[in-house]
Design a protein around this ligand. Structure first.
Ligand SMILES: Cc1cc2nc3c(=O)[nH]c(=O)nc-3n(C[C@H](O)[C@H](O)[C@H](O)COP(=O)(O)O)c2cc1C
Length: 393
């Protein structure tokens, strides 16, 4: 269906609309990508190296089954929203993502660096998983986790692949610590180039405050993003014993995100993880690591029988989802795609992105002659030699 004012037909179009709508620094913060952007580009490029098996032309299934479950939650398609801090993209922020994902009948990950309180997100989409980093002491981590549990989180995601890479060759946008008078004045010229964006915020009560309410200690006000980033940098990196402790304290569905190696996947399963996400943080961390999809086959081989294997990084169309499923993922998570949708058209834009992917998955299944997402097999995809770049068992 061709794009209209209220509908975009591809994720690429959502991205163009986001670029037109957002102030430059906000748009650049979404694109992100560490250092030279090698991994960022490879995440997307690697999907183009995979080909589908030649399509079938008769005896095709008249309807296709896309529904599945992730971490015990029923979802209408094998795609959920990956946790992202949605600072300043849209006044509805993660609540808007909750609305869009709920309308698409799927689940979302909620970042602990989110701009909206977990309780407000839970009220809109109860199918959410809370994401934590190993930041602060154990009591602090526990308090954040218990707050999310109290709000109804259906699972915990612990993201372990951050090593504080900084510096982007294309220039990091200067994000203020707080939106006070001084920073508003500094950003005013940028805002003037995007009056609709600024107006939207004022209609919702004012400019983004850039705080992270879910990182607040009990009874204390929401800290700033940079304040807690400092806490995180000073926290000694988690050991497997720390993660085992966290898993035990949580007790329920538990995903380790950022797994790129079969040995790490096995360790995660050993400590009781019920899911892993094969991910390189969307190319935002250690630049030069391979695309997530290149690491998927080896991780799926190693733990696919014992835990749910998800993939995130570079998903831009329904065909990408099908490729990941054929290579062993149960479902995928998307990041930038829904953020562009949110920027382009709020919650309806988030839903639009999921509907674009839904249409693409459905038509790919039809062409491949597969009745269900559960019927996909590695043979549905042609993998060129050297694709996995030596990421072995
Ligand atoms: C702007 C932005 C913020 C992100 N924030 C988080 C976060 O707070 N926690 C987390 O686990 N991952 C975070 N991620 C990584 C995503 O969850 C996901 O791994 C990545 O975006 C997937 O790649 P894609 O954007 O190509 O779909 C972030 C990614 C982006 C682009």
């Amino acid at each position: 269906m061709a794009s209209t004012r209220d509908w975009f037909e591809t994720v690429a179009e959502a991205r163009r609309r986001a670029r037109r709508r957002l102030p430059r620094s906000v748009y650049l913060a979404l694109v992100a990508g560490a250092e030279k952007g090698v991994t960022l580009r490879d995440n997307v490029q690697a999907f183009s190296e995979l080909r589908f098996a030649p399509p079938r032309i008769a005896d095709l299934p008249a309807s296709r089954e896309l529904a599945t479950t992730v971490l015990g939650q029923e979802i209408s398609l094998p795609v959920i929203a990956s946790p992202t801090g949605v600072q300043a993209v849209h006044p509805q922020g993660e609540v808007g993502v909750a609305r869009g994902t709920s309308e698409a009948a799927t689940a979302m990950g909620l970042s602990s660096f989110a701009s909206m309180p977990v309780e407000e997100v839970a009220a809109v989409n109860p199918k959410f998983f809370f994401q934590v980093y190993w930041s602060g002491d154990r009591d602090t981590i526990l308090a954040r986790m218990e707050r999310a549990r109290g709000a109804g989180a259906k699972g915990l995601i612990v993201t372990l692949d951050w090593s504080f890479s900084n510096g982007r060759d294309w220039g990091s946008p200067a994000i203020p610590e707080r939106m006070d008078l001084k920073s508003s004045m500094r950003l005013a010229p940028e805002g003037m180039t995007r009056p609709r964006y600024v107006l939207d915020w004022f209609r919702h009560g004012g400019l983004p405050d850039l705080t992270v309410p879910n990182m607040a200690r009990p009874g204390e006000p929401a800290p700033t993003f940079f304040g807690v980033y400092g806490e995180w940098m000073q926290t000694p990196p988690a050991t497997w014993a720390d993660i085992a402790w966290l898993r035990e304290r949580w007790g329920g569905e538990f995903m380790v995100k950022g797994v790129m190696r079969p040995d790490d996947a096995r360790r995660a399963v050993d400590i009781g993880a019920t899911a892993v996400s094969v991910s390189n943080h969307g190319g935002n961390n250690l630049d030069g690591t391979p695309a997530a999809i290149r690491a998927l086959p080896a991780v799926a081989d190693a733990v696919g029988g014992q835990a749910e294997v998800l993939l995130d990084g570079g998903i831009r169309r329904g065909g990408d989802v099908v490729k990941a499923l054929a290579l062993g993922a149960r479902a995928v998570m998307i990041g930038r795609a829904y953020l562009w949708g949110l920027a382009a058209n709020g919650p309806a834009g988030v839903r639009n992105v999921f509907d674009v992917l839904r249409g693409g998955i459905d038509s790919t299944l039809l062409a491949l002659g597969r009745r269900s997402v559960h019927d996909l097999v590695p043979g549905d995809v042609i993998v060129p030699e050297g694709f996995t770049t030596g990421l072995h068992k």
